[in-house]
Design a binder for this molecule. Structure first.
Ligand code: ZN
Length: 560
């Protein structure tokens, strides 16, 4: 891998007609133009963008709102000022997409009937349910509940929780997470996509299920039930429904309610779960039936990904691209906090990531010769609603998936100063690991793996949309080991932010924020993209990675 990087750097040097053609000792060494370009990433530049789009004038940048449109215009102008080209297919800055708002009026109570008795549970305390369809009414009548274990079909692990059963027209009861007791099975305690609720719901619908119920436990979800209670209020935005099958409803049940539900069938939840830990598990029809109906308010709005392009300098490789992504949206206007503030400014989440990526674009534009491959700055929309803008890009890419060399995603920059480390979400998955590790070592810093592998962060920001179409992707997050601080200090800052400001009106820009660490992180991002854009070969997923098959397919499509 190292030789690939060095070849890339040599290519830069040749392209720049630099005075030396000797092999550089390190990735950076001798790349004077790159060094100068990296210096273009400054505190002042980052600060101005964050302060601007997180100000109240942008109303929290809720998708489809006036503030959202205003932010998109501002960002396009900034990219234009830097000399990027409009990156959307129609020659504009904006790749527009429609959003469907689905506001489910959840029933207050829900009743299940067993052979001998019935059970009625309460909305909010016991269950949360959303419409699975984009229609005015979601309805299921007298459908049977079938326990399907983890609800996973994974041929590469020889695992099929739907084996020997037909769940067409049934409601499936599903455990959260994926098998986590064996490092060779679903990556041990690292949560793969198979362990996420969105996979489970999609899979169940594909199998013909008419409704889904996920059994919520805090360890298996990675967050408390309260997160589901809060996210259930108001409209949930989605891309317009396509041809993919959809269940009528998707629900979450607290563990106690699930226990009572299976008890109606004379079953014990622990015994059922025990059975689901085995490869030879087969779905268990419970002989319990239920009906549920909801009115659904449907609204339609539009948002957009802001796309800016730096064409590559190599006549052939310029058809390939390195994509930097950061979501520009936040939560908009919502419930007031204790101070009466209703604007969810999203300064750290994700005005900071947007500023960081635009600063990298500035560095690329200041190179005397552009990198061999093209660079696309993708400031995507509606991330908070479920990675919608990046999903739309992945479904309608401006470069074919097999021509996208890599995706580097930024969601939340470092506002607390210099660190000895960078948190690397997606470490161990692709050959990008070696590039970042080497570049950091030149700064005297280190890579830290995801500190919460069970939470599945790789699947919770926009890099996931790119990975799904096969693109080697990483999410580089701030480190936690701060210079001249105790090792605990960084974690305390992150925990405090998460508890007090995350997704709250108080995520506001503070002039005291220290961008020294973010500047270093942005320079690493710039150097990483530069090495990838100049290398002879594109990065690859590690052998056996969950996204390798998608990559092989994408590359093959370019061969035909
Ligand atoms: Zn975010």
């Amino acid at each position: 891998m190292r030789s690939t990087i060095i070849l890339g750097v040599i290519a830069v040097l040749v392209a720049l007609a630099a005075c030396t053609r000797e092999e550089p000792a390190t990735v950076n060494d001798g790349n004077v133009a790159g060094e100068d370009a990296a210096q273009e990433i400054t505190d002042e530049f980052i600060r101005e963008i964050i302060a601007e789009i997180s100000s109240d004038a942008y109303e929290g940048r809720g998708p489809g709102s006036a503030g959202d449109a205003k932010a998109r215009q501002y960002l396009a102008r900034r990219l234009d000022d830097l000399g990027l080209l409009p990156g959307a297919a129609d020659g504009t800055w904006e790749q527009l997409f429609d959003l469907v708002g689905v506001n489910s009026h959840q029933p207050a109570k829900w009743t299940f009937g067993g052979p001998d008795s019935s059970l009625t549970i309460k909305q909010w305390d016991d269950f949360i349910v959303n419409s699975g369809v984009q229609k005015e009414r979601s309805e299921v009548t007298d459908a049977e509940v079938v326990f399907v274990g983890y609800g996973i079909q994974a041929p590469e692990f020889d695992w099929d929780d739907y084996a020997g059963a037909d769940v067409t027209g049934k409601i499936v009861l599903i455990m959260n997470n994926d098998p986590d007791w064996d490092p060779d099975l679903f990556a041990g305690d690292t949560r793969l996509w198979y362990g996420r609720w969105d996979y489970k719901q999609q899979k169940a619908a594909q199998m013909g299920a008419i409704g889904t119920i996920i059994i919520h436990t805090t360890p298996s979800a990675g967050y408390p039930f309260q997160v589901l209670q809060n996210s259930g209020a108001g409209a949930q935005f989605e891309l317009p429904a396509g041809d993919a099958p959809r269940a009528q409803f998707n629900a979450w049940l607290v563990e106690d309610a699930a226990r009572e539900l299976v008890a109606l069938a004379g079953q014990d939840l622990d015994v059922l779960r025990e059975a689901a830990y085995n490869r030879d598990f087969e779905p268990v029809p419970l002989g319990v039936t239920t009906s549920i109906a909801m009115d659904v308010e449907i609204t339609r709005v539009q948002s957009a990904n802001v796309l800016g392009l730096i064409p590559g300098s190599d006549p052939i490789l310029k058809d390939e691209v390195v994509i930097y992504s950061a979501h520009h949206d936040h939560l908009g206007i919502g419930p007031a906090n204790d101070d009466g503030d209703t604007i969810y400014n999203g300064a750290m989440d994700n005005a900071s990531g947007v500023a960081e990526v635009i600063a990298m674009a500035k560095a690329f534009k200041s190179l005397p010769v552009a990198p061999r491959r093209s660079i696309l700055i993708a400031l995507v929309g509606a991330e908070e609603q479920g990675l919608i803008g990046s999903q739309w890009y992945a479904a309608n890419p401006t470069f074919a998936p097999g021509k996208i060399a890599a995706n580097l995603n930024y969601d939340g920059g470092n506002i607390w100063g210099e660190t000895h480390d960078v948190t690397y979400i997606g470490l161990g998955k692709s050959s990008i690991d070696q590039i970042v590790t080497l570049l950091l070592s030149e700064q005297g810093r280190v890579v830290k793996p995801d500190q919460f592998p069970d939470k599945g962060y790789f699947y919770r920001s926009d890099q996931f949309s790119f990975a799904k179409i096969g693109v080697p992707a990483v999410y580089l997050d701030p480190g936690t080991d701060f210079v001249d601080r105790t090792p605990e200090w960084g974690k305390q800052q992150v925990d405090y932010y998460t508890e007090v400001h995350y997704h709250q009106p108080s995520d506001e820009y503070d002039p005291n924020w220290n961008f020294d660490g973010m500047i270093e992180d942005a320079r690493i991002g710039f150097w990483t993209g530069l090495a990838i854009a100049n290398a002879d070969d594109m990065p690859v997923w590690n052998e056996g990675d969950e996204f390798e098959a998608a990559r092989i397919k994408a590359l093959a499509a370019e061969q035909d």
